[in-house]
Unconditional design. Structure first.
Length: 594
């Protein structure tokens, strides 16, 4: 690393002992680059085997990368923890200003240990960190309100981020999210519940540090080539409509999960499409720090105040493909205002919208089939397309008036264990299904991905680009998924947004790394990706992950996909090949000759 680079500095906070200190750990970043690679290394150090995800031994680890603050779209923060939702690896990525703020505060990583006796938030300003009382903030339902109060209270010496939880995190709902800059999140796998278990309401980072480069002239040249590429057609989709552009094409393909995947096309897809959002409800576009794309789309929802004629509240609500799928087609909601009203409640309380939508879809089908009744739902008549019943159900998940809602607060896998309906409970390793029924590669990707996410290995893309044309062997499909996931480990170690994956080619990555103080060959870079994926899976196996015992939901085999009906044996065989290959420790790369 370059002289005066603070990337290797780690902020440690022990909430139990109320102790804060810094450590310089260059070996971690030199071996892993940063981001996801550094995160899994620190998680292995900090999280003992068998730790309770909601106990004091489970750490919160935040990491950034060497390109943060230097190059466009290197704007993600990676969170690592043990997930209370799956009982295994928790990894979530968020954009906004968080990565830039942490880096300019003088850190490459943050490690939070222990549990506070009383509610607190942590405030960091240019190498000065404080544990502050958050008793007045505890109990506030809205993550939006928490952000506004801290924004007015805390000084702002530089680029600032406010990372906080809502009431769902305080009540340790296993899929509670963490919000920042109002419109970005650590969404999946329950980081919000880990915050709540530590009585940690928020984190604030603000700083003015600079980030060194090795050759200013060459840096400007590489920067300009990346910047110009971000304005090219490769990112046009994200700039204009965002990922909500996917709604109509996926529906046309027959891969848009609808009504708990009873269908793969939604008859009202055109009414909740990205185009319809943009035409009638788009209020503004915003961008993450150091990103010229501006993929964050905010809908303006105008609602009258009760009993106040001509007085209206206008809410700005972020939307993209995932919430449209999870709270729209998955629940049969055909109108944008209704979808937005439900989404606003989910966002305000701080729940993961994908898990919430899949859980509510399972509950609706269970209600239809008579597995549960109004006795369990506390009088809520769950019905496809009725956003009001879903808002009441979300409020009950928060308040947990009975055992049924306590079960829903732990996810669809847990709830279906108790109430039945396992065959249509859509989860993978305990994590609810993303919005892609494109073919076998998507579902195999959800099973095998380190986070059980569609973003792990892009199986949905393999379905559309390869399997829709020809069937490949289980060995070949496993190879394709592993290759993609290993490269994505490099991108997430650089904390580069996956939307920029077509811009940050291996050649560009090596050039940018060189200017950041990391000299390496293509083989060494690839080895870091393979090693990071291996270490993640090693952690998962240590914590009891058994791929051969994973449940394949019958529903995914019963609903036709664009490549036909899925073959259970093909799925199982591919998973077997994938896991055997990914658990072989990578050979060390041959370094560049001196």
């Amino acid at each position: 690393m370059l002289e005066n680079d603070t990337l290797s500095r780690i902020l440690y906070v022990d909430l139990t002992k109320r102790r804060i200190w810094n450590e310089d750990r260059p070996e971690i970043f030199e071996d892993t680059i940063g981001g996801a690679g550094a995160g899994i290394r620190l998680l292995q150090e900090e999280c003992p085997e068998g730790a309770d995800p909601l106990g004091p031994e489970n750490p919160i680890i935040l990491t950034v990368g060497p390109l943060t603050g230097l190059f466009p779209m290197a704007s993600k923060t990676v969170a690592m923890f043990k997930s209370p939702h799956t009982g295994n690896l928790g990894e979530s990525h968020s954009g906004g200003r968080s990565a830039t703020s942490i880096r300019l505060s003088g850190y490459g990583a943050v490690v939070i240990r222990g549990v506070s006796e009383s509610p607190v938030f942590i405030s960091v300003h240019n190498n000065q960190a404080y544990i502050r009382d958050a008793s007045a903030l505890w109990g506030m339902h809205s993550s939006y309100t928490v952000g506004r109060i801290i924004r007015d209270y805390e000084p702002d010496p530089g680029i600032r981020t406010i990372i906080r939880i809502g009431i769902a995190g305080e009540r340790m709902i296993s899929y509670a999210s963490v919000s920042m800059e109002t419109y970005r999140h650590f969404g999946r796998l329950g980081l919000g519940a880990v915050f709540g278990s530590k009585k940690l309401k928020a984190l604030v980072f603000a700083g003015k540090h600079s980030v060194p480069v090795s050759n200013r002239k060459q840096y400007l040249k590489v920067y300009d080539s990346i910047y110009q590429a971000t304005l090219d057609k490769a990112t046009k989709k994200y700039r204009e409509l965002g990922t909500s552009e996917n709604v109509l094409p996926l529906n046309e393909l027959g891969s848009l999960p609808t009504r708990n995947l009873k269908q793969s096309r939604f008859e009202s897809a055109h009414r909740i499409s990205g185009e319809k959002f943009a035409e009638d409800y788009l209020g503004r576009r915003v961008a993450c720090a150091h990103c010229p794309v501006g993929c964050i789309h905010l809908a303006a929802l105008r609602q009258p105040y009760k009993d106040e004629p001509y007085f209206y509240k206008t809410s700005m609500i972020p939307y993209d493909y995932e919430p449209i799928y999870a709270l729209g087609s998955m629940l049969g909601i055909p109108d944008i205002p209704d979808l937005l009203k439900l989404l606003e409640i989910v966002e305000t309380y701080g729940l993961d919208c994908m898990s919430t939508g899949v859980i509510l879809a399972w509950a609706t089908e269970a209600y239809e089939k008579g597995l549960i009744s109004e006795r369990e739902t506390d009088g809520v008549k769950l019905s496809w397309g009725d956003y009001r019943c879903y808002i009441r159900a979300v409020e009950n998940i928060i308040d947990q008036p009975n055992d049924f809602y306590k079960a829903l607060a732990k996810g669809v896998e847990y709830a279906s264990d108790i109430y039945g309906g396992k065959e249509f409970a859509l989860s993978y390793g305990g994590n609810e299904m993303p919005g892609y029924h494109t073919g076998p590669a998507a579902h195999i990707g959800f099973f095998t991905g380190a986070r059980h996410s569609h973003l792990d290995n892009a199986g949905y893309s393999v379905d559309q680009k390869t399997l829709i044309k020809e069937k490949v062997s289980p060995q070949e499909l496993a190879r394709l998924l592993i290759k993609e996931e290993q490269w994505r480990q490099i991108l997430s170690s650089l904390v580069v947004c996956y939307f920029a994956r077509g811009i940050y080619t291996p050649e560009i990555v090596l050039d940018a790394l060189r200017l950041s103080g990391f000299e390496m060959s293509q083989d060494e870079l690839n080895q870091i990706g393979a090693k990071t994926l291996f270490e993640k899976n090693k952690f998962k196996f240590r914590e009891g992950f058994k791929p051969e015992q994973m449940r394949i939901p019958r529903r995914i085999l019963e609903t036709v996909s664009p490549v036909g009906y899925l073959d259970e044996e093909y799925i199982k065989e591919t998973i077997k090949y994938y896991m055997e290959a990914v658990m072989l420790e990578p050979e060390p790369a041959i370094p560049n000759p001196v």
